[in-house]
Design a protein around this ligand. Structure first.
Ligand SMILES: [Zn+2]
Length: 189
């Protein structure tokens, strides 16, 4: 067994540490369930953005206007508390001959969000990997999330969102483009 592997007994110890009795009915299968759930929540470590973005769609050779996709689901866990944070991402880009399907954008967001994260780095990683592998003229990513570690402890009002953005390429130099993208990203999904 891998020395980093968490055993059933480790999860049982955690339950005892939380003040519980791991042998009571409702908790008997919890170690296996939690283990399986966590494998899913951090499955992004096994995904490669280069692999996700290597297939392009045809027909975009002459299209160089802004493409914006909103409402891409984000489910992640903060690396400071292992608590969930979740919300949506908006991705906008101006292609340079290559466009990608919606499912690729969803998978790219999953690849980085299904890891232990901070929202700022998550936002930047999505923008940078898209820039590297698709090479658009510009890329912008805006993420709005609710953080359970803050809301549940009363640091934030319930429902309050944290908004982060990363703008690369012409989004940095072209004020009109940046304004257009941010206005579209600001509207509620
Ligand atoms: Zn946190």
């Amino acid at each position: 067994m891998n020395e980093n592997e968490f055993t059933q007994e480790d999860w049982r110890r955690l339950l005892r540490h939380l003040g519980e009795n791991p042998d009571r009915q409702g908790l008997r299968d919890t170690p296996q369930r939690v283990d399986k759930a966590w494998q899913h929540w951090v499955s992004g470590y096994q995904q490669d953005p280069a692999e996700i973005l290597k297939v392009f769609e045809d027909g975009a050779e002459k299209y160089n206007e802004l493409i914006v996709v909103r409402g891409i689901p984000v489910y992640s866990h903060c690396e400071h508390h292992l608590a969930p944070f979740f919300g949506t991402a908006t991705i906008g880009y101006t292609p340079n001959g290559k466009i990608v399907g919606l499912s690729k954008l969803t998978r790219l967001v999953e690849c980085f969000s299904k890891r232990l994260q901070v929202q700022e780095r998550l936002t930047m990683q999505i923008a940078e990997s898209f820039m590297t592998h698709v090479q658009p003229l510009s890329i912008g990513v805006v993420i709005r999330c609710r953080h359970m570690c803050m809301e549940s402890r009363g640091i934030r009002t319930p429902g309050q969102e944290t908004i982060t953005s990363a703008l690369l390429g012409e989004m940095q130099s072209n004020l009109g483009l940046r304004t257009e993208f941010l206005a579209l990203a600001r509207e509620k999904d």
